[in-house]
Write a protein that binds this ligand. Structure first.
Ligand SMILES: *Cc1c(COP(=O)(O)O)cnc(C)c1O
Length: 492
């Protein structure tokens, strides 16, 4: 049966014979668009071959080919000789996808400031420029300019972190997950770590504290209960194998009601009494007190150091507002042990990261972080200013014929997000769009260039100016213009 069909497909009427040769198609695609020609011959020919293979397979299917009983697929007009234009367009489309910037820039109109799926913290323009410059050139990353000898990348940013936190020493690694793994491996490998049951968190992406213990070669000793842990629970659990008391910030959830936890002061006192180091994994870790911004109080990095933590770990791209990094500050002796561990080399940060981090930390040192670091500008965004921006979007959109959507500016809430300050919100004003098919409208906004990511809530599409960078307003308006007119959203 199969052989018969194959034989039939090879006859002179076979539309596959009308398909151009690979080189012909590649030439036609290159001639059609300079951006396609720019792809280079190798890529162009490879993609042309893939497109032709696809067309051949579809034509075979349409002819009732090897896939026998399956319904004939949509041949997309490729049967006709005029289909060559479609093949050229398909080559260009595929080349454009391959050569598009990645990750793609998007406009975050969700109102979630530290949006984990959207790359968390955007860094300041100055930090971004320093990252680009470090990446594109040479620098003294591991070179001592005074002596002409080898230096260490770990000395580049550490002094700034130590100064800001009040700690003796500091270390930068790839991310905070890496920082906690390094702490566990270097300070407690082969021994045990005591953690409160209320703090055995999963951060996201399958990152769970018990798994980190296992990966770091330490034994996890759980104390207390989910909702209550007291100093006596730790005291009872401490034995000769105890190498570390670890406090983990419950970054992405809150336990309320009948609760008790052991404060860092008490944990430090216990650690001192038994000569066991105490590490505070702050997760988000802020140098700025969040309370004046209307958020629930959070311990700052400086406060944890002042309370006597031997080391404090936190992320570079959460509330700090810098590039992805894991920051560790603490006692010089502890940091030296971390630096000596082989994992430290495996987790070392890149030069661009260090350059961006330095500029971000310098904003804090100059007392300008709330003006210069985008995350803090967003957190501190004045609600009347946000209302004015949402209203200006509405004004620029104006009225349009046949629009099956109702637009209004109304009060709503922005979120901090990113596993920081769970449930904490900030009052904002959003452009709210009521439409019969909000998910379709949200999808159309995602299809814009650059894509605009909105929030769908209670059947309406919400766009929050708080997380839209100042120079992105025009993109929001253009994307809305296109998504709302001329055709109103219709069901998928
Ligand atoms: C976010 C978080 C981490 C992981 O930090 P990354 O920088 O994302 O690797 C670890 N611990 C806590 C408590 C966190 O909140």
């Amino acid at each position: 049966m199969t052989a018969m069909v194959r034989g039939a497909a090879a006859n002179v009427d076979d539309p596959r014979r009308a398909l151009p040769a690979v080189d012909t198609l590649a030439d036609a695609a290159a001639a059609a668009a300079p951006s396609t020609a720019d792809a280079g011959r190798g890529l162009l020919v490879a993609v042309a071959r893939e497109v032709l293979d696809g067309a051949r397979a579809r034509l075979a299917d349409a002819a009732g080919g090897p896939h026998g009983d399956a319904a004939p697929p949509d041949t997309n007009g490729l049967v006709a000789p005029s289909g060559v234009d479609d093949l050229v367009a398909e080559v260009s489309r595929r080349i454009a996808v391959i050569l598009a910037p990645r990750p793609r820039r998007v406009v975050n109109a969700t109102g979630v400031i530290l949006h984990t799926n959207l790359g968390r913290a955007p860094v300041s323009r100055e930090a971004a420029a320093a990252m680009a410059e470090a990446a594109a050139g040479y620098n003294d990353l591991e070179y001592d300019l005074a002596t002409g000898r080898r230096g260490s990348r770990h000395d580049v940013v550490a002094p700034l972190l130590a100064r800001l936190s009040g700690a003796e020493a500091a270390l930068v690694v790839n991310n905070n997950a890496g920082a906690t793994l390094l702490v566990v491996a270097a300070l407690a490998g082969g021994r045990s770590v005591i953690v409160s049951r209320g703090q055995l968190v999963e951060i996201g992406g399958g990152y769970r504290i018990p798994d980190v213990m296992a990966a770091g070669g330490a034994r996890l000793v759980e104390v207390g209960t989910t909702n209550r842990t007291r100093p006596a629970d730790y005291e009872r659990a401490i034995d000769a194998a105890t190498a570390l008391l670890l406090r983990v910030h419950t970054s992405n959830f809150r336990i309320t009601g009948f609760t008790a936890s052991v404060g860092l002061d008490d944990l430090v006192a216990l650690g001192r009494k038994h000569a066991i180091p105490v590490v505070d994994d702050l997760g988000s870790g802020s140098f700025i007190d969040v309370a004046p911004f209307g958020l629930s109080p959070e311990p700052t990095v400086q406060a944890s150091i002042a309370a006597g933590a031997d080391a404090v770990t936190f992320s570079g791209d959460k509330l700090l507002g810098g590039p992805q990094a894991g920051l560790i500050v603490g006692r010089a002796e502890v940091i030296a042990r971390l630096r000596a561990h082989p994992l430290c080399r495996a987790l070392r940060p890149d030069k661009a990261t260090l350059a961006g981090l330095a500029v971000t930390l310098q904003s804090y040192l100059r007392g300008r972080a709330t003006e210069e670091v985008p995350v803090w500008r967003m957190i501190g965004g004045d609600v009347e200013g946000l209302r004015a921006r949402a209203e200006s979007w509405l004004r620029e959109l104006g009225a349009a014929e046949g629009r099956r959507a109702t637009l209004a500016v109304r009060a709503a809430l922005s979120a901090i997000g990113g596993g920081s300050l769970p449930g904490e919100t900030l009052p904002t004003f959003v452009l709210s769009i009521d439409t019969p098919h909000p998910d379709t409208l949200a999808a159309r906004l995602r299809a814009a260039d650059p894509p605009v990511i909105a929030r769908v809530e209670d059947g309406a599409v919400l766009l929050d100016p708080r997380t839209v960078l100042p120079d992105e307003d025009e993109h929001v308006v253009a994307a809305l213009q296109q998504a709302l007119t001329p055709a109103p959203p219709s069901p998928p």
